[in-house]
Design a binder for this molecule. Sequence first.
Ligand code: FAD
Length: 400
Amino acid sequence: MASTTPIKQSPSAGGRLNPLDLFDVRAELSDEERMVADTVARFVDEQVLPIIRDAFEKHYFPRELISQVAELGLLGSSIDGYDCAGLNSICYGLICQELERGDSGLRSFVSVQSSLVMYPIHAFGSEEQRQRWLPAMAKGDAIGCFGLTEPHGGSDPGNMKTHAKKDGGDWLLTGSKMWITNGSIADAAVVWAMTDEGVRGFIVEKDMPGFTAQEIENKFSLRASVTAALFFDNVRVPAENMLPGVLGLKGPLSCLTQARYGITWGVIGAAQACLDESLNYAGDRVLFGRPLTHNQSVQQRLANMARRITTAQLLSLHLGRLKDRGTLSPTQVSLAKWNNCRAALDIARDARDLLGGSGISAEYVPVRHMLNLESVITYEGTETIHQLVVGKELTGINAF
Ligand SMILES: Cc1cc2nc3c(=O)[nH]c(=O)nc-3n(C[C@H](O)[C@H](O)[C@H](O)COP(=O)(O)OP(=O)(O)OC[C@H]3O[C@@H](n4cnc5c(N)ncnc54)[C@H](O)[C@@H]3O)c2cc1C
């Protein structure tokens, strides 16, 4: 099993570099950022790693972790006020990184709650909506989900079929959403629907008549996370549940920029766990009379993993500083989401192979991370979609 040592130490003069942080990104962090990373790392080591394999194998989300992540202030951590921690973007990134070192499913839970539910309520909601939902969501007393993707094609959200019509003071919502994280455990769904005015966001509550959520069973990826289909059959949504502060696709797309930013950090954690496991395994495994690590081709593979992790760390760190300065562009997030997810998935696949037959066993982390990362590279915009975003920036031509 991988060692569970969080990445704490900076290199001492003349000593070896930290294999999981070759460029000493840790030294670039403030005391507060380091403290957040260490606190979450400890939580992951003590509370997540001991149970996550069982949750993944048995295909359930370990709900007992919700109150613990809430107590640590990890839900809506970037929001100021409303019982939220008000941390900067680097802290949010480090939270995602350490959680995903545990499992992408837990990081997905926190990403959705924070970036896709609490963020739009905070940014686009009425004061009443903020007061009602944000403190409860920060405490983990209310769970949220985000409904954008529809069964006929998530990459093209402009072709939205779910619609809402005004009926007196209320709205009537009809349609369906697919692949919704937290969907069947959510108390409230932020649902995006087409109206006569354009796309609008609605807070749909779990007991509203006509609203049903059905868990998607038998996933081979993100098994320690709940994914559901949502159905809306003429759901009567009161006017006060509409998000008044945004109209058009820029509403959901701005939420995705927040969540994708966190993903760029999260996948680094999964990749670090795979490199850590590979180093331990290859150091112990004796073949042809010497440990695997004595072979040039094995060292090249390990070095390649470290190179890609380092590149991803530097991208995310810079992205976070840009975000905190308020100059971040969605294209920059797309490039980093593409780069970092691809790097992490390739690392997980290579780590799986380096472990030979053991690589397919749940006793070792690479195969679980590898399977999870197949979702992470697909959701929040597939790799192709992010490449096309960058292509559009370069050429000015929309090739979607
Ligand atoms: C585990 C999981 C959790 C998720 N959670 C959520 C959630 O909480 N909320 C939510 O709203 N959604 C969620 N999603 C949905 C996710 O965002 C979508 O799956 C994703 O956007 C892709 O949409 P799709 O699956 O419909 O694939 P499609 O859009 O049908 O794409 C199919 C393929 O076509 C490619 N493609 C698309 N357009 C082009 C083009 N112009 N040129 C070339 N190739 C193209 C894609 O890259 C992909 O390879 C989740 C998905 C998963 C798997």
